[in-house]
Design a protein around this ligand. Sequence first.
Ligand code: SF4
Length: 274
Amino acid sequence: MNDQRKFTDADLSTPFVEVALWEVTTNCNLRCTYCAVSAPGYRGSNFDLSRIGEVADGMAAAKVRLVQISGHGETTIIPHWEAICREFTLRDIAICITSNFSKVFSDSEVDALARMTHITVSIDTIDRKLLKSLRRKTDIETVLYNMTLIRLQAQKLSLTPRFNWQCTLTDAVTTGLADWFRMGTLCGVTTFTLGNLLEYEALPDSPLHPARLDLPELLAACEDIKQLSLLASASKAELKVQPGIMEGINESLVRFGVKSPFRLPQPQPSSISW
Ligand code: SF4
């Protein structure tokens, strides 16, 4: 992402920032099997929202064009989080979010989401049982219901927020990538992101980075990712692959003595940019 940085208290006088990441909370309503939030002893924290006006003023002064109101955590668990959005829109700053969509949103939450430019929904698979086993307290019905409500409200407002589905890529979900993509397109998703798994020793139930697979399974996973890429190209959808996925896979292939590196049919961006 060009000119993107994390926005902290100390940055209120930054002269120019195009896109700001603002972590409203590092707490979460889920305990995904692979996430640091699930590690014993994890302690999240919330931003002091009494200073929201000051933050928004600082971002306006820094000519921030777009603020992402989420980081490592779930912003929508903060009571009245949607009121934050108005502080930015009043200052002509566009908003995007990453959310797990795991609670049914209220009307005011749906309205705030419908006014965003981009919405990233964390959803690793459309296999209901597998999704629950990976992300525990989530269900796909709620995710899809929320998406439909937001699209409905956006239609009433003549707005078109772009949806991005993000899958944390693990050995558990590679075989389902094609159907994950197909259902996403049926739900109006135009961007698909494969997220790079960061492995933590303290999480014994975590699935694995595909790079940790044995050679036959690794080659099969490569084929699944390649098929996803072909589907995305054919549908003119955007596929983003976070740094660390291709690199990890190719390091493993080298260790197995495979001479030709794994490449996707179309060059993929190496970083996320809105
Ligand atoms: S939804 Fe995101 S922040 Fe929350 S536990 Fe899952 S991966 Fe972690």
